[in-house]
Write a protein that binds this ligand. Sequence first.
Ligand SMILES: [Ca+2]
Length: 265
Amino acid sequence: MKERSGILGLIFASAMTLLVALAAGGAAAPADSAPPPAKDDNLIWNDEFDGTTLDTTKWIYRGLGLRKDGFNAKEAVTLDGQGHLVLTSSKSGDKVLSAMIATQGKFDHTYGYWECRVKFQRQIGFWSAFWLQSPKLGKVVGDAKASGTEIDIFEYLANRPGKIQHTLHWDGYGKEHKSAPKVHEQADLADGWHTVGLDWTEKEYVFYVDGKETWRTDKGVSGTPEYIILSTEVGTWAGKIANATLPDSVLFDYVRVYKQRPVQK
Ligand SMILES: [Ca+2]
């Protein structure tokens, strides 16, 4: 009996410690995390990156192994326990690890408003990206509506501070390949948090950075379901990785997909 009450006491004490810790954790939520959206019929899909492990009901590790000059690895994908996904480039032997996760096979959608909140990497030699991909890309050349388009909502390279790129790729990746890029300049990109969004309709794409329109185009408009990819890729486009101080990371606070672009407050 004594032993039992001792155990119960221990359980009670542990539970209280947990409650206190949870309360303290709640009170000490970092100011750099955006609040989760209130219950919202407009919100189709989201990941706020709460918890300490990647939610594999929502994401797969895409393209593990060699990818460009890097090596996609599960260990390059972590959550910091403070509401952020962390994609890290680091040296591992003679490799540089890179990260790529996707909602491929778990979530896809056509049209709508797609947004992430991101804090960019500081080091050169790799780029970070939030992009959409169609499983049918290039199947019907000359018909992006049917085949879909690679929609790079953003690519960010730290060797081009103050610049961020939106790019469209359609009609496959062979000789029929077509693309349309737009580089947006904004001096404060290297610092703090930013939101990057895509409003995708039957008519056009409209891109936003920090709530301001950065590009509007009707080129390569997809009309087929696409899935989300978040990644880092290693390559000389972003400068020489040998000159980078690693590890370095890009952080994502959330990814949200809405039926329609929410009214900006
Ligand atoms: Ca978050």
